[in-house]
Design a protein around this ligand. Structure first.
Ligand code: ATP
Ligand code: MG
Length: 481
């Protein structure tokens, strides 16, 4: 890439300085201004090879300038940056023909790479909403109902952005599928998609899972371990079941999102984050906020673009398409071909589907695998629905469950959450800490903070107990029970 002249308009002097330094280092000539009028004059004079503009400037809105620039000099690319990182700004920027949209604060590295792409005339611009118009066919999401069309429209507009997305919807509505689609068709598709399920990871392990830990950060941390933030560097981090995140981890996450950098557990140097965040939950976060279980400030951080996936019962017209889709999937996996008659289909449309698409998918699989008839009729459907286990209902915790089976259940979920992958190393000690902490703090409160009595109760040496209290960072409240 040869040296270019870059025109920068932003009323924030600090940003002008930072951009000038970064771009000059690449050998470009940078001209900066704090208002839109000067930028427009330069463009009209035929100056500059690239424009970088803010949205809100004292004299004119940068977005309003784009159509005029495009009309006069269609080849001139415009990068928009804005602190108003809402869906509307991103959509407007894309619609008006901006080459790229960068929500502030942005990573300089990212800006530089966008500038390079913009200056490299052979690179076609990233997909714009118009080009995604028939994206429905490409997306791995089935359904043509108005509710889904609306979802597709939003997704299409998000493809060219890195905006943080919050996906809500009942269990089985396709939240994870949507998160993957956002990644697979978005600008980070060449990076990793890393998912972490907050509900399946013991609370004490979440920070180490997210941010990694250093060798020796805690007992049993025998090796350095990378966290999900690091694994997702350059890609997408999917924070699944965010409503189940413990409050202290929420605080940490918020800080990381605000500062754009983090340190590993036990680490000192801060690492810059370069991840696109997508969060999902089946819970009602507003209720959790009212109950004091979810941080409101984190909610607003994550909810830049909210997407609510409709329950299946609100888009029953999609059921025939979904049934055909899942039957075809079955065939490709070696199950026999089948069809469903009209009466049976009507019955499926009347059912409430508490487990949503997942429940329908499981039902269709059973139909394909267990029944010999080629055409499935109403009787089969009635029988299947009669003993349908409400797949979506959260499994009740067994009453009177023993400690060992509770731990086992927890760990099974934990391993299951890693799917094909493995938890980070040092699991043994992390899990033991999980058990030690409540054991010791409950013993301490039973003895009203008396460490000598607690040591006796536990059958531990007093010094050992003191060391554990320190290592595990347990608060000792004397006299409080
Ligand atoms: N629109 C859709 N088209 C095709 N398949 C779908 C669609 N929506 C969901 N599915 C399928 O339904 C199943 C459940 O979807 P997914 O895991 O994304 O749901 P979820 O909302 O994340 O559920 P949970 O809250 O239980 O985690 C998956 O097998 C997915 O492929
Ligand atoms: Mg899910």
């Amino acid at each position: 890439m040869s040296a270019a002249t870059i025109l920068v308009a932003d009323d924030d002097r600090a940003i002008r300085t930072v951009l000038t330094q970064a771009l000059a280092r690449l050998g470009h000539e940078v001209r900066t201004t704090g208002n839109a009028a000067t930028l427009w004059r330069w463009v009209a004079d035929g100056q500059g090879d690239l424009v970088i503009t803010d949205v809100v400037m004292p004299d004119e809105n940068g977005l309003d300038l784009i159509p005029r620039i495009k009309k006069l000099r269609p080849e001139l690319r415009v990068i928009v940056m804005s602190a108003q990182n809402t869906l509307i700004t991103a959509v407007k920027a894309a619609e008006r023909g901006a080459f790229e949209y960068l929500p502030k604060p942005f990573d300089l590295k990212e800006l530089v790479s966008v500038v390079e792409r913009a200056l490299n005339a052979n690179t076609p611009p990233v997909a714009m909403p118009g080009e995604m118009a028939e994206g429905e066919e490409q997306l791995p999401l089935i359904g043509r109902s108005p509710a889904m069309q609306e979802i597709y429209r939003v997704l299409a507009r998000l493809m060219g952005t890195d905006l943080t997305v919050m996906i809500t919807g009942e269990s089985g509505t396709g939240k994870e599928l949507v998160a993957r689609a956002l990644h697979d068709y978005g600008k980070r598709r060449n990076g990793a998609f890393v998912a972490i399920n907050m509900a399946a990871i013991p609370r004490e392990l979440i920070e180490s899972e997210l941010f990694g830990h250093e060798k020796g950060a805690f007992t049993g941390a025998t090796n350095r371990s990378t966290g999900r933030f690091e694994q997702a560097q350059g890609g997408t981090l999917f924070l699944d079941e965010i409503g189940d995140m413990p409050l202290d981890a929420q605080t940490r996450l918020l800080r990381v999102l605000q500062e754009g950098e983090y340190t590993t557990v036990g680490g000192r140097t801060s690492i810059k984050t370069d991840v696109r965040i997508i969060a999902a939950t089946h819970r009602d976060l507003r209720t959790l906020i009212r109950q004091g279980l979810f941080r409101e400030d984190l909610f607003y951080r994550l909810c830049v673009v909210p997407i609510r996936l409709p329950p299946l019962r609100e888009r029953t017209e999609d059921i025939p398409l979904l049934v055909r889709h899942f039957l075809n999937l079955g065939i490709s996996q070696g199950l026999p071909a089948k069809s469903i008659d009209q009466a049976a289909m009507d019955r499926l449309k009347r059912y409430r589907w508490p487990g949503n698409v997942r429940e329908l998918e499981n039902l269709v699989r059973r139909l394909a695998a267990l029944y010999s008839q080629e055409v499935i009729g109403l009787d089969v459907i009635e029988a299947e629905l009669a003993d349908a286990t409400p797949a979506a209902q959260p499994v009740e915790e067994p009453q009177g469950e023993g400690l060992s089976s509770a731990v086992e259940r927890h760990l099974k979920d934990y391993f299951a959450a890693h799917k094909d992958g493995m938890p980070s190393n040092g699991l043994y000690d992390r899990v033991l800490r999980e058990i030690e902490r409540p054991l010791i703090s409950l013993s301490l409160s039973a003895t009203r903070g008396n460490q000598i009595k607690a040591a006796q109760l536990l059958g531990l040496n007093r010094n050992t107990l003191r060391k554990k209290i320190r290592d595990l960072d347990i608060q000792v409240m004397r006299g409080i029970k």
